[in-house]
Design a protein around this ligand. Sequence first.
Ligand code: COA
Length: 215
Amino acid sequence: MLVTEGTLPDEVTDLASGYRRVPAGKIVNAVTWMEARAPVPGLARPLAMTRITKPDTASYRATFLEIGAPWLWDRAAEMSDAEIATHFSDPRQHIYYAHDESSAHVGMVELRVAENSEIEITYFGLLPSLTGRGLGKRLMAGALGQAWSLGPSRIWLHTSSIDHHSVIGFYRACGFEPYAAGFEITDDPRIKGTLPRDCAPQIPLIETEWMPGVR
Ligand SMILES: CC(C)(COP(=O)(O)OP(=O)(O)OC[C@H]1O[C@@H](n2cnc3c(N)ncnc32)[C@H](O)[C@@H]1OP(=O)(O)O)[C@@H](O)C(=O)NCCC(=O)NCCS
């Protein structure tokens, strides 16, 4: 049955109050853009960062998904080995693996260095077993050290409401300030099939159009 706004109750279509339902199978992100315009002195002791120019595609995909699947990041699952290789052969795309003092791999950062001398932090994260211990700031100190050394006019990133609720506070603590807000509507990767259905149980999986009185 075709669902139109006229057939739905106000609770999900009350545009005057700003509510707008999206079709089942979509996820909605409130997006916050944040920027840093100067280094923060003494942020944290940076983790060692190794730039990888030709990542092994299988280990890159495994790392990306270990960090990101709990937050529904699926880009590496969507890309073939050839696409990953092509992506990182572009000199504007930088990937760094982070290591602690015992040389253990602890996280990953991806940057995009634009022609206008701005740098975007496109992906940033610790392995899930290592979060919440202060390593995040050390990862950011390492990432920013690499990024500022390239002489950008600013460094920016965006974060979404699907990421951990503390992330905006974390980025603020690392010297980023919000400058824009918006939203993003995407296909749910658990329905699209790029991530397992049991990923990110904290984010509701809605795959059937809701109609009043129909279950
Ligand atoms: C985001 C991430 C790197 C943060 O690293 P972390 O080590 O877990 O962060 P922590 O919880 O230890 O917090 C690091 C610092 O930020 C501060 N912080 C965290 N949440 C905060 C909040 N809501 N408000 C203010 N400060 C906050 C902490 O107080 C801490 O500062 P301190 O060392 O001075 O005490 C990590 O959780 C991660 O990799 N998550 C998965 C991937 C991800 O979400 N990436 C970002 C996507 S946009």
